[in-house]
Design a protein around this ligand. Structure first.
Ligand code: UTP
Length: 291
């Protein structure tokens, strides 16, 4: 079986939930303590054995390209000053092959994925959304790869969400559990109203797909919000082949909306050796004042 080495990171969306911040700054570049969110995603890919990444960008997303470009002047400066730790931090993703592709217009996640067709070729690949962070002992991308190695089929990640939130996600209609945390799926529905939602298992930002998804995407018409929906294409793929859903049990942080981003920074700050103690006592003091 071919090892999975390729990932695509769609990062061409408009980020309207975070305006005005996202007018000129990509939401994927918003800091999580001291790293842009998208770097944490690239690090998850590295830890999962991915070697080649295509980042899909659009208008106003230049900062993402610059971030992953090597900065020789900065590196030499840090080296000369003996700032080894900082040097290590800026060179962290240097060994990876990172490519960029433009999505002409933000016509939806399905359309963004379709632009990666020639990069992917005939290999199974993963999709990692540029604003969705996952924390788990085994990275979620690696969990999907391990699952694929057993089933040889497309598998996407799902997570239980509060029932009233189903209209924010793609939701699965699970047929049966085939093993611990792995579901056979009857259908995939994009953003159902809670009264129509077939379950509380929502699709989150990691997918492992076989390349036959591209043929489906080429024929997928715009759906909800007049955007080409990846969920609709996956639902079609599930009719001719098989798409499993893998339930994620770790922590997920959605940095693409204001509250989610604040929450992410507090939680990651509490884990960061440089600021954890200071932040903890600040939160305690603040909580006392709020009482
Ligand atoms: P989102 O729906 O979360 O992103 O898409 P958005 O459209 O930028 O956000 P809002 O709703 O306007 O606030 C999930 C991921 O897919 C990418 C986004 O960049 C994000 O990482 N995406 C979305 C694209 O690359 N192209 C698109 O046309 C749409």
């Amino acid at each position: 079986m071919k090892k999975i080495r390729k990932a695509i990171i769609p990062a061409a969306g408009l980020g309207t939930r975070f305006l005005p911040e996202t007018k000129a700054m990509p939401k994927e570049m918003l800091p999580v303590v001291d790293k842009p969110a998208i770097q944490l995603i690239v690090e998850e890919a590295m830890k999962s054995g991915i070697t080649d990444i295509l980042i899909i960008i659009g208008k106003g997303k230049r900062a993402i390209e610059d971030h992953f470009d090597s900065n020789t002047e900065l590196e030499l400066n840090l080296e000369r000053k003996g700032k080894d730790k900082m040097l290590e931090a800026v060179k962290k993703t240097n060994g990876l092959n990172i490519y960029f592709k433009r999505q002409e217009h933000p016509k939806g996640l399905g359309d963004a994925v379709l632009t990666a067709k020639s990069f992917v070729g005939n290999d199974p690949f993963v999709i990692m959304l540029g604003d969705d962070l996952m924390q788990a002992e085994t990275p979620l991308t690696k969990q999907l790869i391990d699952s694929y190695e057993k089933t040889n089929s497309s598998t996407l990640a799902v997570m239980r969400v509060p029932h009233e939130d189903t209209s924010k996600y793609g939701v699965i209609n699970p047929a049966k559990k085939v093993s611990d945390g792995l579901y056979d799926v009857t259908s995939f529905v994009e953003k159902p109203n809670p009264e129509d939602a077939p379950s509380d298992l929502a699709i989150i930002g990691r997918y492992l797909l076989t390349p036959d998804i591209f043929e489906v995407l080429e024929h997928t018409k715009p759906g909800k919000g007049n955007e080409v929906q990846l969920t609709d294409a996956i639902d079609t793929l599930n009719k001719s082949g098989k798409v499993y859903a893998h339930e994620f049990k770790g922590s997920r942080y959605d940095t693409g909306n204001k509250f989610g981003w604040l929450q992410t920074n507090i939680e990651f700050g509490l884990q960061h050796p440089e600021v954890a103690d200071q932040l903890k006592s600040y939160i305690k003091d603040l909580a006392n004042k709020l009482d």
